[in-house]
Design a protein around this ligand. Structure first.
Ligand code: SD4
Length: 330
């Protein structure tokens, strides 16, 4: 069992680097245990860390972390209260994975708040890796998940507002650069990707989202796709993505980050390389769009890089201290 004490003791001996931008590449004294996307990831990190120190597994930890924004009705980009698709249906995408290839994912799931837990059930109870739509909901209800209405009055009002113009312009990360926006504010609109490691360097990750606001019905982004929104590899690291899912998917983004790390790049350089590659490939198409990657190596070093300013991430070290940092960007 992992206790707070053994966590700290083991973590302190491992090398770690927390990177908060090009100018802030500093070594820290305690190894990173949990990282996640955006400011609202801090609460998820705390839940994940608490699960780890109370003896939970890495999968337990990332699931517990992902459940935090899923249950928050003021967060309009994940779970309950997520903005709906253009027809008014809130549909969720989620994935969970560890470095032993245990993997479950769910896409276009309706009427269930905790998509990440459905993904985990799929991992544990079926021979499959991904269930979608009605079949996924049927599976969830059969496994005891309760049927909930996810469209809150606030999200419904935002949808009605959007319907006045019905302009379909996928826009992720519409934060103003470097300005803190409280979780759930109208402009705070993003996915939770969370990565955890233990003192032995083992890893797990999860990613959960309601996807692009007012998306086409049936649209699935990068988040539930293994290798796009999340990838975890034994002995190398874990990576997750946020931003315009179509762009992340085109370059198998998280898988690309891990490939670079496998080849010897730091987590930071690997995130930068993925963004650079995307821009090189799709310079015009990605103009004004946000895409960001977050990575955690098996040694506990962290990388984060975004196409545009505004991407933040939360880092929790072996003592349980959590900080949010602005990521470097192009
Ligand atoms: C998606 N990548 O569904 C998600 C959305 C997101 O910042 O991360 N927005 O495309």
């Amino acid at each position: 069992m992992i206790t707070r004490r053994t966590f700290f003791t083991a973590a302190a001996g491992l090398a770690s680097a927390v990177t908060g931008g090009r100018a802030a590449r500093a070594k820290t004294s305690t190894a990173v245990t949990v990282v996640s996307t955006w400011d609202f990831g801090a609460a998820a990190n705390r839940a994940a860390f608490a699960r780890l120190v109370s003896g939970g597994s890495l999968l337990d930890a990332v699931e517990a972390g992902a459940r935090v924004p899923e249950a928050d009705p003021t967060n309009h980009s994940v779970g309950l209260g997520g903005y709906p698709d253009r027809d008014g249906h809130v549909t969720l995408d989620a994935i969970i994975m560890d470095d032993r290839g245990n993997l479950g994912a769910v896409a276009a799931l309706e009427n269930v708040i905790h998509a990440v837990s459905v993904a985990r059930k799929i991992m544990e109870e079926t021979p499959h890796t991904l269930l979608v739509g009605d079949g996924a909901a049927q599976f969830a209800f059969q496994h005891g998940f309760s049927r909930e209405k996810l469209l809150t009055p606030e999200s419904e009002a935002a949808w009605h507002e959007w319907l006045k113009k019905s302009r379909y312009q996928p826009q992720a990360n519409i934060e103003d650069s470097n300005r803190y926006l409280p979780p759930g504010s109208a402009r705070n609109h993003d996915t939770l990707g969370i990565l955890a490691r233990n003192s032995a360097g083992q890893l797990a990750g999860a990613c959960t989202t309601s996807g692009m606001a007012f998306k086409l019905r049936g649209r699935v982004g990068d988040s539930p796709q293994c290798g796009a929104g999340l990838f975890v590899e034994l002995g190398v690291g874990a990576a997750t993505a946020t931003g315009v899912g179509e762009e992340v998917t085109r370059i198998a983004g998280s898988s690309r980050v891990i490939a670079s790390m496998r080849a010897g790049m730091s987590a930071q350089l690997a995130c930068e390389e993925a963004v650079q590659h995307l821009v090189k490939t799709r310079e015009e198409a990605t103009r004004g769009e946000q895409v960001a990657f977050l990575a955690l190596s098996t040694r506990g070093d962290v990388g984060a890089f975004a196409l545009l300013p505004g991407f933040t991430y939360a880092v929790t070290d072996g003592t349980g201290e959590t900080r949010t940092l602005p990521a470097a960007h192009l």
